[in-house]
Write a protein of this length. Structure first.
Length: 451
């Protein structure tokens, strides 16, 4: 995605155009009037300001809008010739070239502004506060790489025996962050979602956004969870749920599915806090390999947790169960009983997992049996190469019927992975029951079709 001039807040925006273009623009306006006094009346500015604008001074963007509306210049021409912007009469000047291509560095800064950073509601300054010096240096480098050299204020404060570091940047940085999805004022009293340019962005953009967000608002606890905590006013709780749902969807793109939510008690009765947490060692390992922390303390805590805990268990919170079942069903259909043996769980528990995955649209039943242990499962909309002979009364007639043409013993045996002798016994028994019948013979043997 790209950020254009039209995406910026225009109320207090001042722009400086290319000097030649700015001079020619006013000359173009002058040609439609008798003298410069009439130009001043038309534009609603003083003669002093007109001279300043003609000589290349900053122009209020609201004035530029009037010029565009009267067809003296197109918006594209104005955007191409913008060289410097500022906010307010004496704001910090910022060299810029539109359109701005948004990258993973913009995503990281946006996440920090939604975490331990803030854009002040009055002056639109961007402030970032943290106790970790590595995160302070990270934000300093990000601002320098994205916006260039800009003067800022650095402070250290002592609070509860801790050193708190604070960065304060001018309003031009705050306004640009607001343009890409940040919010001003207290975040607990403001509704916002993850911007679409992050959701539709590249994997690097999503990774950078998530890492910075978890650096500021996440932590690793002793119970083996990575938790992200946010709070909102009670009337905005639905917006908070939507925001965390956006985060969950981003995490799923990295293979992190074991995600839960928990409501936390808050000291302020008017505020509700929600936890989004990731559990399961396998999932934490995926988080470390694909996202991880920049926060040194949390990174070390995650490494220690992964080293000291037991090896990954197949059945821990269902993640490994899902991976094993889906992997096994890729090659062949299997019964509930076979899958139960594979994941080392009792039949009742295995059935619950299978019903859950069926609801999620991952697997489907080839057909059901009276006894649930003999129900055969496959990947949804797939064509497995082999079927289990758990109940030949149903499986073989079903296979022959759905094949669309007669099958010989070689074809049937290859589907099930059984010998000719075993398959022949089943076929003769099914013929006796009048469920299948012989149609003829070819060089591979007798052809069978459904009765």
């Amino acid at each position: 995605m790209e950020l254009s001039l039209n995406d910026l807040n225009h109320i207090t925006l001042y722009i400086k155009l290319n000097k030649e273009f700015q001079t020619s623009l006013f000359e173009k306006i002058r040609k439609k009037f008798k003298n410069w006094d009439e130009v001043c009346k038309f534009l609603g500015i003083s003669d002093f300001n007109l001279r300043r604008f003609r000589n290349g001074s900053f122009i209020p963007f609201n004035f530029v809008k009037k010029v565009i509306a009267d067809n003296y210049a197109s918006f594209e021409e104005i955007e191409r010739n913008v060289e410097i912007i500022r906010y307010g009469h004496i704001g910090v000047q910022f060299n810029i070239k539109f359109p701005i291509k948004l990258t993973e560095k913009h995503a990281a800064l946006l996440a920090h502004s939604l975490g331990d950073g803030t854009v002040t509601s009055k002056n639109r300054y961007f402030e970032y506060t943290n106790t970790q010096i590595e995160l302070i240096k990270k934000v300093e480098n990000l601002v320098k790489e994205v916006f260039g050299k800009i003067k800022y204020r650095y402070r250290e404060e002592k609070r509860n025996k801790k050193t708190i570091f604070r960065l304060t940047y001018p309003n031009v940085i705050g306004e640009l962050l607001l343009s890409i999805g940040s919010v001003s004022g207290r975040k607990v009293e403001t509704s916002y979602r993850v911007p679409k340019w992050i959701i539709n962005g590249t994997k690097e953009i999503k990774k950078s956004f998530l890492q910075s967000l978890f650096d500021d608002e996440g932590y690793v606890d002793k119970q083996g969870k990575i938790t992200l905590t946010y709070g909102k006013r009670n009337e905005l709780i639905n917006n908070l749920k939507d925001f965390l749902k956006d985060i969950e969807n981003l995490l799923k793109e990295f293979g992190i599915y074991n995600i839960g939510y928990k409501t936390k008690t808050h000291t302020n009765p008017k505020t509700t806090a929600l936890d989004l947490y990731i559990t399961n060692l396998g999932q934490l390992n995926i988080f470390r390999n694909n996202i991880n922390f920049c926060h040194n303390e949390r990174k070390k805590r995650l490494e220690i947790l992964l080293k000291t805990q037991k090896k990954f268990k197949y059945t821990k919170k269902g993640f490994e169960v899902k991976q094993i079942i889906l992997s096994a069903l890729e090659d062949r259909a299997m019964t509930t009983e076979e899958l139960s043996f594979l994941i080392k769980r009792v039949l009742s528990r295995t059935r619950r997992w299978l019903y859950k995955f069926e609801k999620e649209g991952l697997i489907e039943r080839v057909f059901s049996q009276k006894h649930g242990v003999r129900t055969i499962w496959k990947i949804k909309n797939s064509q497995p190469q082999k079927f289990p002979i758990a109940d030949p009364v149903n499986t073989i007639p079903f296979l022959i019927k759905n094949n669309g043409k007669p099958m010989n013993i070689q074809e049937i045996a290859s589907k099930y992975g059984y010998s000719y002798t075993t398959t022949s016994i089943y076929l003769k028994d099914l013929e006796r029951r009048r469920l299948i019948k012989k149609l003829g013979r070819n060089r591979h043997g007798i052809l069978w079709t459904s009765a």
